[in-house]
Every structure is written in C-alpha cells, then in structure tokens.
Design a protein around this ligand. Structure first.
Ligand SMILES: [Zn+2]
Ligand SMILES: [Zn+2]
Length: 413
C-alpha cells in the first residue's frame, strides 16, 4: 500500500470520520468530492437490471477522469475499464462492481433519495459502482504490476449480468477477479476477507398443480388443486427438517401462491413459486430432487398433475485459500488486523459474482457499511442505505487486493 499524496480528506466530510486513517490517506480531496457526488447521483437515479443507461453514462464519465484508462461498453449497459499496470506482459486481474437497483419504493428520507417512484438502490450497488470507480482512480495513480480491468456489471439482482459480461469475452484470459458487497451488520472500517462459504446457490422453482375444476358446492366432482397446494406447502417443510443433514445449511421457501377467482368455484390449477438455497452442490441437488418427488407424490395422492420447473440461479460462492489470502493481506494493510473480522454467519443470500468464480479464481468480500450509532438495517428493504465511508473502504481494499494479487501472480513461485 503506497499512499501517493498527503492525506487530504476534507475536514468538512464529518461523515467519513469512521474511515480508517490509512484508507483516508489513499484519496485526494478531489477524489472524495468526485466519488461522493457520483454515489449521490447514482442513488438519486436508480435503474433496474439491463436498463442502466443513465447509470452507465455517468460511470463512463467518472471513469474517464482516471488517466490512463480505456473504457469499453459491454453487455448492453456494462463497462470495462483497463487500467495500465507497470508490466504489460504480467497477468491481468479484474475488480467488479455491480450497478443495478431494485423495484422498491425508497423510504430513507435522504436528501439524495430516489427520484424514480418504485425504484431504489436498496442493495448498495450505488456504492459498489462508485467504489469500483474509486479503485480505478487509485490504480491509475499507483498501478498494479499487471493491467487491472475494472468491471461495472449490470443486472446483478436478476442474476443475469455476470453471465452477460462473461459471454462478451471481455474477461477472457483474466487471471483473478475480486468483488465485494456492503454489509450493515458491520461498522465502517470492518472487512470480511476469508476463505470458504460467502454466498449460497439461489435456484428458483415453480410448481403448477393441475386438477379438475368444479362448482364450489360439489367438491366431489373436482380434483382440487387448492387442497393439493395446501398439503404440498406443509409437506415441503419436511425437506429441510427431515431430509437435509442438520449440519448443512439449506432453505426451501414457498414465496408465492396463486389460485382461484371466486368463492364458489374450485379452480383448474394452483401455482406455487419459491426459492432453494444451499451452500454445497450435493445439498443443492437434494433440495431440487426432494421438491420434485414430493410435488409429484402429493399430486398423485390427490388426483392432480404436477408440473415442476426449477430454474438454476448462481452457484454458491466459496472463496479459495489463495485469492482470499491476497484480499486479507490487502485489507489488513488498510484497516488493520482488528478490522478484518469473520463473517460470523452462513450467508444464504445469492450473488451472481459466483458465475465469474466458476471460470476465474477470485474472492468475494463484505465491507462494513454501518455508520456510528446506526442499526443493521438489512439490504432489500425501503430504509437501507450504506454509509458513505464504506465507499472509500471498498475502493481502497479492492484496489490494494488487485495490486497484491497482481504481484503474487507475476512473481515466479
Ligand atoms: Zn441485492
Ligand atoms: Zn447486492
């Protein structure tokens, strides 16, 4: 970690008081102003997956401030910036920030709250996009050994963006990739950079039970899909309770149900939908098989037909030792040993960064985003907001992780 200029974080930025000194020292006053303005602009104008046109343009403008940099549009509304390293022949490392928002009505009351009704940066991707730009500034000023690609990825929330970036070929030949997520369970200044499970596989299911409709007063003439759906919902609770090894994390949530139009009509069909979460491939397969078996079994018992569709989402994220150790070394240098903390839970959330890690070695981090005295408001809720300070910690840690990884990959071992 080489601070290039004197620490010039403006004293007026009192909300950055909880940012560790070594992180502050990485940024000039102009960086701080530009990144805070960018973050507020993105937050005020959130855009949903693959519609991030304005966001993409704003990020492109912000990236161009980092010289030397070349910026290319990829995957529709995504960007890849190449920051030159000291050795053009050295392996290339990538840093990724996601940029999309969620269909949630914001209730933070912030002066820079969303101006778009029903759309909100409720997952902190405004901060992720800004810290990726911040990392580009830092890497342009203090280059890594090899080139670093800064990836601004659309459509994380729908699980489609990472695959689209990979399909574009923009990351072909990249030797390592790093990403991170804000987390209000941790205060600003704490970072999770560890090997092992960081996010779960997130698969989606849909079950249509087809029966025979009838008059509500003559149920004996029906094959009732609503009764079948009720029995099925209850039976599905037994999958995690009775089929999954208790030492293995798993979730089966029925989240939607739709059936019927009138109180005196037994409908022809009922539809259930939900999500399956697991942190290892065997449990992931078991959940899908059990869901299918039980749906078909209950349908058979009730004289119904079950149509089960399982759409595979991102696989689990399991950080390998090597890349996790580079990230940890980088984080320790910036937030100190005490600032690098264990995740402490099994995260059953999904994250499409997992698609990169199927192809490219890497690591995924969590960046503390709770301001002093704040509460651990969960992401995907109308009052979620990541503290400003997390932007600078994320930018500095990702830039330094790229430098450490680049140096390690370049040195013959
Ligand atoms: Zn999210
Ligand atoms: Zn997110």
């Amino acid at each position: 970690m080489v601070p290039v200029m004197a620490p010039v974080m403006p004293a007026a930025a009192a909300d950055l008081i909880d940012v560790p000194t070594k992180v502050q020292a990485c940024f000039t006053a102009a960086d701080v102003d530009a990144l805070l303005a960018l973050r507020r602009d993105l937050h005020e104008h959130p855009e949903l997956a693959f519609t991030e046109m304005r966001t993409c343009a704003a990020l492109e403008q912000a990236l161009i401030r980092a010289q030397p940099v070349s910026v290319h549009r990829v995957a529709g509304t995504g960007l890849v910036a190449r920051i030159r390293g000291r050795n053009p022949a050295a392996p290339v490392v990538a840093v990724r920030g996601d940029i999309d928002a969620l269909p949630i009505q914001e209730a933070t009351g912030l002066p820079y709250a969303s101006q778009t009704p029903g759309v909100m940066h409720a997952c902190g991707h405004d901060v992720h996009a800004s810290w990726a730009v911040g990392a580009a500034y830092l890497l342009a000023r203090t280059p890594a050994t090899g080139d670093v690609l800064v990836v601004l990825q659309p459509a994380e929330e729908t699980g489609e963006g990472a695959a689209a970036i990979l399909a574009s070929g923009a990351l072909d030949g990249v030797a390592a990739i790093f990403g991170a997520h804000v987390d209000r369970r941790f205060p600003v200044g704490q970072v999770v950079a560890q090997p092992g499970s960081l996010a779960a596989a997130a698969d989606t299911f849909r079950i249509v039970l087809r029966g025979r409709g009838a008059h509500g007063a003559r149920p004996h003439e029906s094959a009732d899909p609503i009764l079948g759906a009720g029995l099925l919902i209850a039976a599905l609770q037994g999958v995690v309770a009775r089929r999954v090894n208790p030492s293995t994390p798993a979730v089966l949530t029925v989240a939607t149900m739709a059936a019927g139009t009138a109180s005196n009509v037994i409908p022809e069909s009922a539809t259930l939908g939900g999500t399956l979460r697991a942190t290892d491939p065997a449990t992931r397969t078991l959940l899908a098989e059990e869901l299918r078996r039980i749906a078909e079994g209950i349908a058979l018992a009730q004289g119904l037909r079950a149509e089960v569709t399982i759409e595979l989402g991102p696989p689990p994220i399991v950080n390998p030792e090597g890349p996790a150790s580079w990230a940890r070394a980088a984080a320790e240098g910036l937030v100190g040993r005490d600032g690098v903390v264990p995740l402490g839970i099994t995260n059953m959330g999904g994250e499409d960064f997992a698609y990169y890690m199927e192809r490219i070695p890497g690591a995924f981090l969590r960046i503390g985003a709770r301001e002093a005295g704040g509460d651990p408001t969960p992401a995907h809720t109308p009052r979620f907001v990541a503290a400003d300070g997390s932007l600078f910690v994320g930018a500095a840690v990702l830039a330094e992780t790229a430098r450490v990884a680049s140096a390690a990959l370049s040195s013959p071992s």
